[in-house]
Design a protein around this ligand. Structure first.
Ligand code: MSP
Length: 639
């Protein structure tokens, strides 16, 4: 069997539900997979979860459950989101899968036998957050960044991988494969790191138990990165090896471009063809993180539709660089490019074809330089698209395509088809214009198909074409003749987003139902009748706790929301409340409140709220926060 194009994403830790950073990489991989399939290649696409190690062990301990139980729970979120997003991976691997455990143990044994793994005592500094021993240089870097507290002195018996032996072979390999890491500036960082000298790498742990046991020495578990990286080997099942493209975030490039190829060299296996490191989605200039409460979850974006989210991800992120995320730029981008740009062009062109030619596409030979330019520009746009897309720069590819769509707007304005249609003497020119627009839209449907499969298909069908655009592949460009059946009445490809209304809706999702517009003069008490009876057990499912507000700030652009940091005794949470009209942030700090502690988190205005504050009000008045007495401590149960 011919070797497929083998494509991988990182495998995701199961200490948290997926956020847009995780789905971004997978969207990128899915777009690449669909692109290569449309080129006519056989694709094998692997993604999955990284389930062992200290991070997961700790997260499970905090919840009081077994690590595997946590993994089983969190992986469901991944299945759910990846399913809803229609990802086309061929396998979803979990590092707790039995075949993976076998591969890791077999490879560990192989390297023990060849002497590339050996047992010794390690004494030195260990970075808790990276789960890795650090060199003196790295320790200095961390100290300079004020992260010295992450370092601990450790002395333990451990298995080492003889990484030091692979410094020169790696540098030779990099020199022979100048496109091994993309983009170049990241490759340079990798080279500099290796040139700085490599020390042997500890690849077992005795401090944790949640991992794959070292063969014949189960006191040790295999270091989570050795375990995790080998997922690509397990997943390949031999016939797909080696990977053609490995997508990673910039933060895990060193593991993939240094350790991973060194492991493979030691195992005598062929190395991956290319590693593409992308940048990060940032909130403001910050990293997204749970403690900052600024995580954006895929659900918040999926309200605009799956294709729209994919388009935004591909178009707005320049591969390799970081990008600030904002709902406003998201909505601006979708309105400009999808509702206006492509949507408008498609509906104008198809309407004209129906009105002037009963939906039948004319042969339409060029009649003048403008018509010829329209055909030339299409070729140029197509070539530029493929040049960028072959390098997996889908943002660049879309940019070229949209520049061409804008050019076509000018072509229409100049040709004025509505005037041509008035006099049959201009029939040939009108045919040429309509045929050019049709040809452009058909090519566009194919070129956007990897990024927006559903939108592309809708356009394809409106063009009167049969089957699936994606199945037609890029051979579908040619031949143009004979023209197919009549075009359909165009459906709106993308409904324009009302930005103001959308921002308001996001905000209203946050407002408690008792927060109707305040009518200050409302005299009478306006409360609904008491709800139907519930039994005690139903009530007891609500976990109410005393909380202490530590910080409070207004949420920009929101009329109602205040973001608070609330101490619950056992942890601190970010909680949003629709109470801005009633309380100033400064007055909230130091207040005791009652928190619904087990309310599922939800995102409001791009910020995730982990709980809700109880407030009293009738349907017209402002909310009054329910306040426990000062001697009730944070964390106390309210019942
Ligand atoms: N489990 C390791 C990877 C092992 S691969 C053998 C891991 N997991 S992770 O869940 O923390 O991160 C997975 C990927 O998500 C990384 O590539 C990381 O760069 C990416 N992202 C996490 N947050 C991100 C953003 N805010 N923006 C873009 N991608 C980011 O690391």
């Amino acid at each position: 069997m011919a070797k497929p194009f083998y494509l991988t994403t990182p495998i995701y830790y199961v200490n948290d539900r997926p956020h847009i950073g995780h789905v971004y990489t997978t969207v990128l991989a899915d777009v690449a997979a669909r692109f290569h399939r449309m080129l006519g290649e056989d694709v094998y696409f692997l993604t999955g979860t990284d389930e062992h190690g200290q991070k997961v062990e700790k997260a499970a301990a905090a919840r009081g459950i077994a690590p595997k139980a946590l993994a089983d729970e969190v992986v469901q979120n991944y299945y759910d989101v990846f399913g809803r997003m229609g990802f086309t991976h061929d396998r979803f691997i979990r590092t707790t899968d039995a075949d993976h455990r076998e591969v890791v143990q077999a490879r560990f044994r192989q390297l023990l036998e060849t002497g590339d793994i050996y047992k010794a005592t390690y004494k030195g500094l260990y970075s808790v957050s990276d789960e890795a021993f650090v060199t003196e240089t790295q320790a200095k870097e961390l100290q300079a960044q004020g992260l010295a507290h992450q370092l601990v002195e450790l002395e333990e018996e451990t298995y080492f991988f003889r990484l030091s032996k692979y410094g020169q072979p790696l540098l030779d390999f990099y020199a022979a494969h100048p496109a091994f890491v993309q983009p170049d500036f990241r490759f340079n960082e990798v080279k500099r790191f290796v040139e700085g000298g490599l020390q042997d790498l500890s690849i077992s742990r005795t401090s944790i138990t949640w991992g794959i046991p070292v063969p014949d020495d189960p006191k040790h578990v295999v270091y989570v990165w050795f375990d995790a990286l080998l997922n690509y080997l397990t997943g390949a099942k031999g016939q797909a090896w080696p990977p053609d493209l490995q997508l990673v975030g910039k933060d895990i490039l060193r593991f993939h471009a240094v350790y991973w190829p060194a492991f493979l060299m030691a195992m005598g296996l062929e190395l991956p063809k290319a590693i593409l490191a992308h940048g990060w989605w940032l909130m403001g200039s910050d990293k997204m993180s749970k403690s900052k409460g600024n995580i954006v979850r895929p659900d918040t974006l999926l309200r605009f539709g799956n294709d729209a989210m994919r388009y935004f991800f591909m178009r707005d992120m320049q591969i390799g660089h970081d990008r600030e995320f904002s709902f406003e730029s998201l909505m601006d981008r979708l309105n400009a490019d999808l509702a206006n740009g492509l949507g408008n062009l498609a509906s104008r062109s198809l309407s004209m074809l129906r009105r002037y030619r009963d939906g039948v596409v004319p042969e339409g030979a060029a009649t003048d330089d403008d018509d010829r330019a329209a055909m030339d520009q299409l070729k140029i746009a197509q070539n530029a698209y493929f040049e960028a897309a072959r390098h997996h720069d889908f943002g660049g590819a879309l940019e070229h395509l949209w520049a061409y769509l804008r050019w076509l707007d000018g072509y229409i304005v100049k040709a004025e088809p509505w005037k041509l249609a008035k006099d049959p003497v201009h029939a040939a020119k009108l045919d040429a214009v309509l045929a050019n627009l049709y040809r452009a839209l058909r090519a566009t449907a194919l070129m956007v198909a990897p990024v927006m499969p559903d939108l592309a298909q809708a356009l394809w069908e409106d063009l009167g074409l049969e089957g699936r655009a994606a199945d037609r592949g890029f051979q579908g460009f040619e031949p143009f003749s004979p023209a197919p059946g009549p075009v359909r009445d165009p459906r709106p490809l993308f409904a324009r987003i009302d930005k103001e209304q959308e921002l308001k809706a996001m905000e209203e999702m946050s407002a408690p139902s008792t927060q109707e517009a305040a009518a200050p003069s409302a005299p009478a008490l306006d409360v609904p009748p008491v709800k139907e009876d519930i039994d005690y057990d139903t009530f007891a499912r609500t976990d109410l706790r005393v909380g202490l507000i530590l910080e409070a700030e207004e949420v920009p652009k929101s009329k109602k929301l205040i973001k608070m940091k609330v101490d619950l005794g056992f942890e601190q949470r970010t909680i949003l409340g629709g109470i801005k009209e009633a309380y100033a942030p400064a007055d909230l700090v130091g207040k005791r409140v009652v928190v619904v502690a087990n309310l599922a988190p939800r995102a409001l205005m791009g910020i995730e709220s982990h709980g809700m504050l109880l407030a009293a009000s009738d349907n017209n008045s402002k909310p009054y926060l329910v306040a426990p007495p000062d001697d009730a401590l944070p964390g106390f149960i309210v019942k």
